[in-house]
Design a protein. Structure first.
Length: 361
């Protein structure tokens, strides 16, 4: 027998002795009392006790439905008989504790209410005391000793069953909470993540930038934004199809992440356009990050399906001002991106001093 529940509930030798002491089963004649219970009360009357016990349970509303759902009457009787024939036998041993702990765990598993089996121990006490033989009843001392042992051993068994029942219930609740937290995390991830590239999506990128702007104003720390766009991406879709285009976007996003810093927030802003949020970063350092990303993108061809495609990236950088809101800062970075496109693509441009914008592919 493994002692998994004893381990879970902390029943080592010291804890076992402590529990026995709590219910008054720490005397030197413990084993003799258990043998007497078996030989004088249980074994001669086990069938009658089980029948009476089962009849009492059947009278409880809903009990038969629980039995029918998880077992059958005959199996229940066999289980109860085996339980009785082990009651009090070497009850100071770890295997006894493990067996009784399993009862509570099993009750929880099949959905028996804790209140029902707690009451069932009171039924069992009454039945066992009622089957104390006549000669022992005439001896007041022997009768009292047997009755006290029955009360104590059933109290021990009930305490162990309740303990493992509650442990199983707590574990179930913890598992349910973990599952709920995992589901919330999954839904949150879906809400803020672009399905294709696994980068932040448009709306969450704007939310992150709004928070970054607030932090920048509060701390008086520099903040740069980079707008980046894959060059001539429409030609890739037109020539190779959208599935290839999707693969190019996924690979490009991975290259961007690998070249950017761990602290940089990267989002897919729309289509083939990406937004970088570079906190605590001035314009010169921002240009270095952008140049590193640009070089990484066109460092090698992209192997997509049956096509080898070389792509490049144009990038525009703007540094936040105290008066900026999300739209004004993005507009200036977007203007710098247009300047990079006009200058021939595959390059980095800082905020331009002109206002002319051109449509680009």
């Amino acid at each position: 027998m493994n002692f998994e529940l004893c381990e879970t509930c902390g029943f080592d030798t010291d804890a076992i002795n402590q529990r026995l002491g709590l219910v008054g089963l720490d005397g030197p004649d413990l084993h003799a009392q258990g043998e007497a219970l078996q030989s004088l009360v249980i074994k001669p009357n086990v069938g009658s006790i089980v029948d009476s016990f089962y009849s009492s349970l059947v009278a409880i509303d809903g009990f038969e439905n629980i039995v029918r759902k998880n077992s059958n009457a005959e199996k229940l009787r066999d289980t109860q008989e085996r339980y009785l024939l082990s009651l009090g036998v070497e009850c100071d041993q770890r295997r006894y504790f493990e067996g009784r702990l399993r009862i509570g765990s099993a009750h929880h598993k099949i959905g028996i209410p804790q209140s029902l089996y707690q009451c069932s121990y009171q039924m069992l006490q009454r039945l066992l005391i009622g089957h104390i033989p006549g000669p022992m009843r005439s001896d007041q001392t022997a009768y009292e000793e047997m009755m006290q042992f029955i009360l104590k051993i059933t109290a021990l068994d009930m305490s162990l069953a309740v303990e493992s029942y509650c442990e199983a219930r707590v574990c179930g609740l913890e598992a349910s909470l973990r599952s709920e937290r995992d589901e919330r995390a999954r839904l949150h991830h879906l809400a803020v993540t672009d399905w294709l590239t696994d980068l932040h999506n448009h709306s969450h990128s704007r939310f992150v930038l709004e928070q970054a702007l607030a932090d920048s104003r509060k701390d008086q720390s520099p903040l740069c934004v980079v707008m980046a766009d894959l060059d001539r991406f429409k030609e890739i879709n037109d020539t190779h199809g959208h599935l290839v285009g999707d693969q190019v976007l996924r690979i490009a996003a991975a290259r961007i992440i690998s070249a950017a810093r761990a602290s940089d927030e990267i989002g897919r802003y729309g289509g083939e356009e990406f937004l970088f949020i570079l906190q605590n970063t001035g314009i010169d350092e921002g240009r270095d990050v952008a140049e590193r990303v640009r070089a990484r993108i066109n460092s090698d061809v992209i192997h997509a399906v049956d096509a080898n495609i070389r792509v490049s990236l144009s990038l525009g950088i703007a540094q936040a001002r105290d008066s900026d809101i999300v739209d004004t800062l993005i507009d200036r970075a977007d203007a710098a991106l247009y300047a990079a496109k006009l200058a021939g693509r595959d390059r980095v441009c800082v905020e331009p001093q002109f206002e002319t914008r051109a449509v680009y592919q």
